[in-house]
Ligand binder design. Structure first.
Ligand code: IPM
Ligand code: MG
Length: 412
């Protein structure tokens, strides 16, 4: 029987083996590159800091434009002094990507590499059956090409005592080889998942560093190491090693299934603070977490590497909103959160704090202008005007204190 199978599928197995061999070489080369880790960029030494603005698809250009306006407003002095430059990078659209059959067209990638920071709207990711060729996600490609290994996604619900920061690994796991699976035969599909010691270590270390720097005494590592024994097993054992270097930070580990339950357990969830996890689990849990915060439209993400950093919404491009003529009503909150993360990452800490506070006031406390995603609500432009008015308000601090006193931990 075995012989028959071998005979029958010899060619298919050989082809798949060859394919796997190619992946192994590619990943081993990457490990070697990771071993020669470069230093972190120092924004205080760069002039000008170039902020690339990429609109993306669907509602992307609408909400990105609003975030850019707020950022330009907050950085007007730096722009006037030539310390910061905004640069539009056009053409990262599904139409263009489909035309050249690439996740990111070469000329756009080149432009991106000339920037330091990137503010990026959502881009459409085709899937089988779409009118587009089934090219790789532009997000995933950008994270890989610019080596943005840390996807940092904060989720806060002050009234429920929730203050989470997810550190999602961004360049490995099931994602890295997502477009490189193989149909071994017509009946059998294979995908590949890779986790490397170096890749796991740098994201876990970043999470522990963040906890230590911010006096947070809890890091939670999420895997499915009881079942996915080799790759997730490595991630967990690297975490054990790294944790030893941070005796002041307590840590625990959870499996992703029970973790998804605990995020909605009122008795438990406020105990989680910093959560570090492989790519796919991070993708899933951060959508769940964002929903608890008020929906994926409310969450922003930083994609951080040593040389580049990209800031984005965590949701998709919502083509349906555009088709139904509702794009101007799309909520720019996610991109405004991304903008605040950009400010913080570039060292404009006070301004980032201020923007966060203004967003709290506008979305959780005062709520004078409310976006609903439909014409019964405000437009994104009206909402960001409201945010800028709030930023100018001399009573901003006072209002925020009031909000904080009234709501935090209140359960309302
Ligand atoms: C995200 C998104 C992307 C991802 C998609 C659009 C490819 O869901 O940023 O979480 O899966 O990473
Ligand atoms: Mg996602």
């Amino acid at each position: 029987m075995t012989e028959d199978i071998e005979e029958k599928y010899r060619e298919a197995v050989e082809r798949a083996t060859k394919h796997f061999e190619g992946l192994l070489i590619e990943q081993l080369e990457r490990v070697e590159r990771l071993k020669r880790a470069e230093d972190w960029i120092d924004y205080s030494k760069i002039k000008p800091i170039i902020i690339g603005v990429v609109g993306g698809d669907g509602i992307g250009p609408y909400i990105t434009r609003e975030a850019r306006r707020v950022l330009e407003f907050m950085l007007q002095e730096e722009v006037a002094e030539g310390k910061v430059v905004f640069r539009d990078i056009e053409g990262l659209t599904i139409e263009n990507r489909a035309k050249v059959g690439k996740a990111i067209p070469d000329d756009i990638l080149e432009e991106l590499k000339k920037c330091h920071l990137i503010l990026k709207g959502p881009t459409t990711t085709p899937r089988k059956g779409d009118p587009w060729p089934n090219i790789e996600s532009a997000n995933v490609a950008m994270r890989r090409e610019l080596d943005l290994f840390a996807n940092v996604r904060p989720v806060k619900v002050p009234k429920l005592g929730i203050d989470w920061v997810f550190f999602r690994e961004n360049t490995e796991g099931a994602y890295m080889l997502g477009p490189k699976g193989i149909m071994v035969t017509d009946d059998m599909a294979f995908d590949f998942k890779v986790i490397t010691r170096q890749g796991a270590e740098r994201i876990i270390r970043l999470a522990f560093d963040y906890a230590k720097k911010n006096n947070i005494n809890r890091v939670t590592v999420v895997t499915k190491a009881n079942v996915i024994k080799t790759t997730d097993g490595l991630f967990l054992s690297v975490a054990e090693e790294v944790a030893k270097e941070y005796p002041e930070v307590e840590w625990d580990d959870w499996y992703v299934d029970i973790m998804s339950a605990k995020l909605i357990d009122p008795a438990r969830r406020s105990q989680f603070r910093v959560i570090v996890l492989p790519n796919l689990y991070g993708d899933i849990l951060t959508d769940e977490a964002a929903q608890i915060q008020g929906g994926v439209g409310t969450a922003g993400a930083a994609n951080i590497g040593k040389r580049y950093a990209m800031f984005e919404a965590i949701h998709g491009s919502a083509p349906r909103m555009v088709k139904e003529g509702r794009a101007i009503y799309a909520d720019p909150s996610s991109m405004l959160k991304a903008a605040s993360m950009l400010l913080r990452h570039a060292g404009f800490t006070e301004r980032a704090d201020k923007l966060d506070k203004a967003l709290d006031i506008c979305t959780l406390y005062e709520k004078k202008v409310v976006v609903t995603g439909r014409s019964d609500g405000a437009t994104g432009e009206e909402f960001s005007n409201y945010v800028m008015e709030t930023l100018k308000d001399p009573d901003l601090e006072k209002k925020w204190e009031e909000y904080h006193k009234r709501f935090v931990g209140s359960g309302e």
